[in-house]
Design a protein around this ligand. Structure first.
Ligand SMILES: [Zn+2]
Length: 440
């Protein structure tokens, strides 16, 4: 619990709730919560942060991110070692040489980048869990980061299709959860490999994948699964529908190649979707289908996915390309507005993770996940339409202040809770050791 008593004074508030925009308003943060919002608040004893001329918004919400492999940033082509090509092959070839400390270093680097970029909620889709120690390493990095998070316990890269994921370790983490996270800042989910498994050319035996789903449901945990693939994989959503799995507790990732009938099935069940336009484009899944998903009434959030493919975790850039693709596809400048995209990166993203009562908007009573964006850099300079500026112009360097759960994690444009140089150094040492083992 944070004991911060803070008054963010006089900013342009994009509340992203029914209050709309509040120019020149104050936000009072007390004990981790948004205590009051209004003009000229009088809060004796509060530390005042001047936000006049700046944009105040909810912290951004990432909805699916393989944080461990940020250690392999830019390595989707297999370089420098080993001699394999492509994201999945590289993940398998290098990921199997990860030790728990490498997962910690990668997740920690990703978390620091998240804070720097104004992301206050992440969904860590942990798909290189090679034993309980790897899961604990990822959880430790998330816990130390100060971020709000879903940790989705998964399998290991290259997990054999004829073997169950380690359900006994999942059960152990679930039963020991209070010892991992006494507060509710982090919650547990399941990263499910789906019916196709790690090798898309094969199928997981229905007996195995049904057991994995049954375990998740037995523990009352939300499940996330990729439904992406090239056109040949179309039909995944139909399979999940036939298995009776669609619903608010099953997050689908990508959906680029789902048919209109499949999108309708998912919408009917209220199934949330995570769209990661940069990685979908980079890996060749095709264009993101945000416009179609929204038109069908699906809950949609935006995501980083993996910096092996997209390079960085700039969710501002994710918003921008989301809007550009939707408008380009519709051949309509007004098909998807900047404000709607900003909703996807805040309150709607939170809704897809079941966190909309806690975060995603500047609302009294919600946890204080807040960013302040300064217009001082040459790429901003003026403040015209604040929502449009966040979507099309802002970059992580413009994020002046970040509060997550009421705790200051970035201030005056600098990370305050961690030493980024130390984190980068740790990551470089870990990567060198991983690559040495991979090439040995
Ligand atoms: Zn993914």
């Amino acid at each position: 619990m944070s004991d911060v008593n803070l008054l963010i004074r006089g900013g342009y508030l994009l509340t992203m709730d029914s209050a709309g925009d509040l120019p020149g308003a104050d936000v009072h943060v007390r004990d981790g919560v948004i205590a009051r919002i209004g003009r000229d608040l009088d809060v004796p004893g509060a530390e005042v942060i001047d936000a006049s001329g700046k944009i105040v918004a909810p912290g951004l919400v990432d909805t699916h991110w393989h944080m461990w492999n940020t250690l392999l940033r830019g390595m989707s082509d297999g370089r420098p070692v080993p001699p394999v090509r492509g994201y999945f092959a590289t993940c398998v070839a290098v990921g199997r040489h990860f030790l728990p400390g490498d997962t910690y270093a990668g997740t920690r680097l990703a978390a620091a980048e998240a804070v720097d970029a104004g992301i206050t909620t992440v969904h860590d889709w942990a798909h290189n869990i090679r034993g309980l120690d790897w899961a604990e390493a990822g959880l430790r990095a998330l816990g130390e980061s100060g971020l709000r998070a879903r940790f989705s316990y998964g399998y290991q890269t290259g997990h054999p299709n004829d073997q169950l994921m380690a359900l006994e370790d999942l059960a152990a983490i679930k039963s020991d959860w209070p010892s991992y996270h006494a507060d509710d800042r982090i919650h547990l989910g399941v990263a499910w490999r789906g019916t196709g498994g790690s090798n898309p050319a094969m199928r997981v035996d229905p007996g195995l994948y049904r057991a994995e789903i049954a375990a998740a449901r037995e523990h009352g945990l939300p499940v996330s699964v990729h439904a992406c693939g090239p056109a040949s994989a179309a039909g995944q959503v139909r399979t999940y529908a036939d298995e009776g799995l669609l619903g608010p507790d099953l997050q689908l990732v990508h959906l680029n190649n789902a048919s209109p009938a499949e999108i309708a099935l998912a919408a009917e069940a209220g199934t949330p979707v995570s769209v990661s336009p940069w990685t979908e484009l980079q890996i060749g899944y095709g264009q993101p289908v945000t416009g179609e998903l929204l038109a069908a009434g699906l809950p949609v959030g935006l995501s980083v996915d993996t910096t092996m493919l997209c390079g960085n975790a700039d969710l501002f850039a994710v918003m921008k390309v989301t809007q550009a693709c939707a408008n380009g596809q519709a051949r309509d400048e007004f098909a998807l507005t900047a404000r709607e995209v900003l909703r996807l990166a805040t309150i709607e993203g939170a809704r897809t993770l079941g966190l909309d009562a806690i975060t995603g908007s500047l609302t009294v009573g919600k946890r204080a996940d807040i960013i302040v964006v300064s217009p001082e850099s040459p790429s901003l300079g003026v403040v015209t339409d604040p929502a449009r500026l966040l979507v099309t112009a802002a970059t992580p360097r413009d994020v002046d202040l970040v509060l997550a759960d009421g705790r200051i994690l970035k201030r005056d444009g600098r990370l305050t809770a961690v030493d980024p140089g130390e984190i980068a150094g740790e990551a470089r040492r870990a990567l060198a050791a991983v690559l040495s083992r991979a090439s040995g």
